[in-house]
Design a protein around this ligand. Structure first.
Ligand code: PRP
Length: 189
């Protein structure tokens, strides 16, 4: 990406909700807690593609104990900025999780549809435990209650992009979490 293109992406942001520095500090804090809680346990971080990738990459390096990684890819049949509740698995785990400690690493918890489905799918494989680490929690939008074991930030009911989160597959590579200017949606609709 050129310097100009990067500047244009940042120019589309109306408001920065969480800065790169705030994210880094929180990820470090979460990693230290997770390492203490899972010391000596067979830990698998299960991340959901694609939005959680930057969070996973930073969190795993902040979690200084032996761990494994695995990935799920799900489709929420959503259009635009809403998820509909109909979820299906596009890519399943590569390795068995029976008897292991699973920590799901997600970028954002919104309605809860995605994680509710993912938790049912994981629990059916009889792991020793399944817990959740989520960077952004948007409680105003919750439809299905989900227990969060490790929470980064609670955010207001605004459509956010950056640090993995996209609008029409763009803005995932912004280093902060921000709110897009309304004219960006108008441009694409
Ligand atoms: C986002 C996010 C969660 C889900 C949360 O994924 O990563 O998986 O939406 O919404 P919910 O709580 O309302 O189910 P998205 O479908 O945008 O896919 P992506 O990770 O590939 O961007």
């Amino acid at each position: 990406m050129t310097v100009l293109a990067r500047a244009q992406q940042a120019d589309d942001v109306a408001e920065v909700l969480v800065t790169a520095e705030e994210i880094a500090a929180k990820v470090h804090e979460l990693g230290v807690r997770i390492a203490a809680d899972y010391q000596g346990k067979d830990l698998v971080l299960v991340s959901i593609l694609k939005g959680a990738l930057p969070f996973l990459a930073d969190l795993m390096r902040a979690t200084q104990i032996p761990l494994a990684l695995d990935f799920l890819e799900v489709s929420s049949y959503g259009a635009g900025t809403e998820s509909t509740g109909a979820v299906r698995i596009l890519k399943d785990l590569a390795h068995p999780i029976e008897g292991r400690h699973v920590l799901v690493v997600e970028d954002i918890l919104d309605t809860g549809h995605t994680l509710s489905y993912v938790f049912d799918h994981l629990r059916a494989q009889r792991p020793e435990s399944v817990r959740l680490c989520v960077l952004l929690d948007k409680p105003a939008r919750r439809v299905i209650p989900i227990e969060i074991d490790y929470r980064g930030f609670e955010i207001p009911d605004k459509f956010v992009v950056g640090y993995g989160l996209d609008y029409a597959e763009r803005y995932r590579n912004l280093p902060f979490v921000g709110v897009l200017k309304p004219e960006v949606y108008a441009r694409r609709s």
